[in-house]
Write a protein that binds this ligand. Structure first.
Ligand code: NAP
Length: 216
């Protein structure tokens, strides 16, 4: 299947958490890393998050230095239409696509809706639609459940994680890959490409190693 190139990007603490037990956004990235994320967004055709991140962090998902028409498409995975009407991801004149399950009837002012999948959004179906729209580079920003789904569906090409110099702890604090996890034999294998110090933290860039057991 032809599909966009998928880069997963997130920031975690030195103990592997992407937020605190309050499940609210925490500043983990260094200023240097924030600059890198801005460049990665700028070079992407679309930026995707799950509705859990919209509800927790209410992100704009924009690059402010770019005019609205030059910004990447914003995409939210939201099976049952839980994105609030006043979510920031619907503002700023930048296009937004909300992907819902087929049976969701909700609509939003300021967003297109793509209905695909029973129960949860079908990522393979979404990829076909993004390919059709000419999206070549998709950046997946989280959260953990969304990232896990992309791994599970064999849809990740690159995984970039910034490791910030703080510890949040907490057994219930989210990590980069949530969901049900994988048994060892099904672990996602990565090849480490680069390690870069960015201020008070380190950026690890990996590519996903594909084998016959993993769908392309
Ligand atoms: N540090 C970082 O880099 C970073 C980045 C982003 C977020 N975060 C943190 O991550 C946390 C939120 O993560 P989260 O795991 O709770 O939520 P999430 O991944 O943002 O969203 C998950 C939700 O997306 C919906 N969804 C629809 N289709 C899906 C599919 N095919 N696969 C997976 N999800 C699908 C599901 O809700 P429905 O079933 O209702 O559709 C699911 O509950 C927050 O604490 C936030 O602060 C951290």
């Amino acid at each position: 299947m032809m599909r966009p190139h998928v880069v997963v990007n997130c920031a975690m603490t030195a103990d592997g958490k992407i937020a605190s037990i309050a499940r609210r956004q925490v500043r983990i990235s260094s200023p240097e890393d924030m600059e890198r994320v801005k460049e990665l967004r700028t070079g992407s055709d679309a930026i995707l998050v799950g509705v859990g991140t919209v509800l927790a962090d209410d992100p704009h998902l924009t690059v402010r230095s770019l005019s609205p028409d030059k910004n990447p498409l914003r995409i939210v995975l939201d099976s049952q239409g839980r994105t609030p009407n006043n979510a920031k991801v619907l503002t700023g004149g930048v296009p937004t696509l909300i992907a819902t399950a087929a049976n969701c009837v909700k609509t939003w002012r300021g967003a297109q809706v793509l209905r695909c999948g029973e129960g949860q959004v079908d990522l393979q179906c979404l990829m076909v639609e993004l390919e059709r729209r000419g999206i070549e580079r998709l950046m997946v920003e989280g959260g953990g459940e969304t990232i896990c789904s992309f791994f599970k569906n064999g849809l990740v090409d690159e995984y970039r994680v910034f490791v910030g110099s703080l510890v949040l702890g907490g057994v219930d604090a989210p990590t980069p890959c949530e969901g049900q996890g994988f048994l060892e034999k099904n672990a996602i294998r990565l090849r480490l490409l680069t390690v870069t110090q960015l201020g008070e933290g380190a950026l690890l860039c990996y590519e996903v190693v594909r084998d016959a057991a993993q769908p392309a």
